[in-house]
Design a protein around this ligand. Sequence first.
Ligand code: GDD
Ligand code: MN
Length: 361
Amino acid sequence: MPEIAVILPTLNERENLAPMIARIEAALAGIDWEAIVVDDDSPDGTADEARMLARTNRRVSVIHRVGRRGLASAVIEGVCATAAPVIAVMDADHQHDPALIPQMLEKLRVGEADLVVASRFAEGGSAQGLSSANRERGSRIANRLARMLTGVELTDPMSGYFVIGTERVRALAPRLSGIGFKILLDILSLSRGQLRVAEVPMQFGQRLAGESKLDRAVAFEFLAGLYERYFGRIIPTRFAMFATVGGAGVLVHLAVLSMLYPGMTATFWKAQAIATFSAMSFNFWLNNWLTYRDKRLRTLPAFVRGWALFCAACSVGALANVGLASLIEALVGHWLLAAIAGIVVGSVWNYALSNRFVWGR
Ligand code: GDD
Ligand code: MN
């Protein structure tokens, strides 16, 4: 039985794979290892390449997933597929140097730690391989946020390179989120306080071939996931997003109004009507794109139908808003309180109706 399984999640890494296996082979000489490539049906034929390598190297095996996507879920699947007691999770694009594995494994072996993380931000490490200054800044912010919210004292809880006992991850598997890139962070926050953690500095290298898959959608899912875990029970994530979009809609409304009205190119009510419609349309588009990205209306008929329904839902919300605000104003005589109560109740109505009729199915 191999001592350690190297889990290599891949999405379009065909050219990187053979040299990667060769580097692992060289780094792990004297250790009994296996490598599990978990590929998400990459269009470039990474899985074929992996099978080809597996034919000549018995240490290599392949999980070829069809119809599923995600770095984190690929890692979980790889972990569940090995009999080795220890796993190393690393990127397949050469940004992680496999030469670190023996020293990471050693820390586990001597009982110094239960989890060893290769860190770009530990003393002696470097993040130079990050493709841009922006990306590096983003990475530091994500790390700081993650540390703040999880209370984990690690310099790089977002690292994609770590060594840990297989059973520890497998035990957490049902509760790990398969979404996005933040597998290590999830492991850390689910086993808070129960893992002794050590770090080794790493020089985060340049990608050999191909390009990064960490895009804006992954970054967004990361933030939404953090929100969900820590505030989701107080104000549901979707409602928080819906309300934020609504806030942006108010700005759109005011901007359109200020463009149309002061020049007297239109009477106030016309300008107000156009501004309202612009804001509703903007909100519909943004909600469809962000808040309901998992249920996005994509075809033209569905989109147009959803747009109309959304405007109808907003009208109901507006009626509730005006009605309640007028009532409170009449009873209590406090205009600001009345207006805020109207906005809150109107938004909840908007949300409930949109949720049910526009994106519900
Ligand atoms: N199976 C599978 N499915 N693999 C994936 C997927 C996916 O949806 N998305 C990415 N991968 C694989 C890539 O093929 C690569 O081997 C590894 O996961 C890392 O992906 P990259 O796209 O190279 O990520 P990166 O270099 O931008 O990000 C690195 O830094 C992040 C923190 O800044 C990685 O180390 C991340 O793990 C890390 O969180
Ligand atoms: Mn990479």
